[in-house]
Design a binder for this molecule. Structure first.
Ligand code: FAD
Length: 380
């Protein structure tokens, strides 16, 4: 293993990998990613792969719009087909207050340049005749939203990082960070010591543990979300459909399987990523009601993973005030896959230029919790 690096990224999920890739792309040498297990073993490998720009917070809209631009050129730039498919996202509203929120959000999203529309119940039925629209008031529709395969994207970044001369070290755990007079001097691992003055904490829901190594508190916690996949069926579902009211999302993969998930009703914060039979029963009931077309489709597998939740459901991206060049990118609250390309670019700019250039993410800093910030509401 190497013993010196200009930057050590802790965590080889999609976020850490996107940051390392962008550092190398911007010309930095000796970039090193340390991953405790295999590539995509964390939340990234458990994720549904949805990529949407329809958010309630303007910051998330801005970051997601930049990410979509980068996903559109991902294959050319990073070098692998990640099954990226822009089939749109349809969000369904069932109550008057939800409808009002959708109308308000669409107005804000349009003001940022997003091509997004409100669909009437009739328009939804015409466009997607297989959806049972009973109780639906309206929908929010963006055709440039879509999905991709998160594992392939993570692996694509890891391969590109190695090709570009970076180190991507797997099956190695960061166990400590040495700091002298507020400066980082090195990183301890269970596989040797790496001298460095810059550490990026991209350890997902475990990022607070890396923060503790330098004495800072990161207000992020794990929250279990369950998900399942069905047998493959003929393609019928272009968009990813989100139903906040019935608490689920569903999409179809290129292979034909349906991937669907929901937030647990009472998720205990923590690291539990077990599975329950109740989830299968609840999802089946909802799906048969809202998508009668799939009532005979078999479930083949279920799993769960942890969202890295922040207090306002928006990412926390900042440099520590007490430890120079300790940077964290975490708290993605269920949307870290889709934001990773833009976040990777922004964090690399912070490190190389001392400020972001392409996307201003200054209101994702830690001090927002002291002054108050809008909460992201569009989370399943
Ligand atoms: C069921 C589910 C569905 C989801 N659906 C979507 C979706 O549709 N769209 C979307 O955008 N997002 C979705 N997400 C969220 C998304 O998966 C995460 O936001 C994203 O993967 C976070 O990436 P990350 O790189 O920060 O974290 P991770 O992928 O968890 O990577 C962190 C890595 O750090 C490593 N690590 C931890 N501690 C150490 C250590 N001490 N030393 C070395 N390595 C360490 C871990 O092994 C891990 O691989 C979903 C999540 C779940 C669970």
């Amino acid at each position: 293993m190497i013993d010196r690096a200009s930057v050590v990224v802790v965590g080889g999920g999609i976020v850490g990998s996107a940051i390392a890739f962008n550092l190398l792309k911007m010309g930095m040498k000796n970039v090193c990613v340390i991953e405790r297990s295999y590539v995509s073993s964390g939340s990234t490998g458990r994720c549904a792969g949805g990529i949407r720009q329809q958010w309630s917070s303007s910051m998330n809209v801005k970051l997601a719009m930049r990410s979509v631009k980068l996903f559109e050129q991902f294959e050319k730039e990073v070098g692998m087909n990640i099954e990226y498919y822009q089939g749109g996202y349809l969000l369904l509203a069932y109550t008057d207050s939800e409808s009002d929120d959708f109308v308000k959000n669409v107005k804000m999203q349009k003001s940022q340049g997003l091509d997004v529309d409100i669909l009437t119940k009739h328009e939804i039925k015409e466009k997607f005749p297989f959806i049972n629209v009973e109780g639906v008031k309206l929908g929010s529709w963006c055709k440039s939203d879509g999905h991709a395969n998160p594992q392939i994207a993570n692996i694509a970044y890891a391969i590109a990082i190695r090709k570009m001369g970076g180190e991507f070290i797997t099956h190695t755990t960061v166990t400590g960070i040495d700091v002298q007079n507020g400066q980082i001097v090195g990183v301890q691992t269970d596989n040797g010591y790496i001298h460095t003055n810059t550490v990026i904490d991209a350890a997902g829901f475990e990022s607070p543990k890396i923060g503790e190594m330098v004495g800072i508190t990161i207000p992020v916690y794990g929250e279990r979300h369950q998900i399942l996949v069905t047998e493959a069926v003929n393609h019928f579902l272009d968009p990813l459909v989100i139903n906040f009211n019935h608490n689920y999302y569903v999409r179809q993969t290129r292979h034909g399987s349906l991937i669907m998930g929901q937030g647990d009703v009472n998720p205990a914060p923590g690291e539990d990523i077990g599975n329950t039979i109740e989830f299968l029963e609840e999802m089946s009931e909802k799906m048969v009601r809202d998508f009668p077309i799939i009532k005979n489709v078999h479930i083949v597998r279920q799993w769960s993973g942890a969202y890295d939740m922040s207090p306002d459901a928006q990412p926390i991206i900042d440099e520590s005030k007490s430890v120079s060049r300790f940077i964290y990118a975490t708290g993605f609250s269920g949307h870290g896959f889709m934001l990773a390309p833009a976040v990777g670019e922004a964090v690399a700019e912070m490190i190389i230029y001392g400020r972001t250039v392409t996307t201003d993410i200054s209101n994702l800093k830690m001090d927002r919790f002291a002054i108050g910030i809008e909460r992201e509401h569009n989370v399943v």
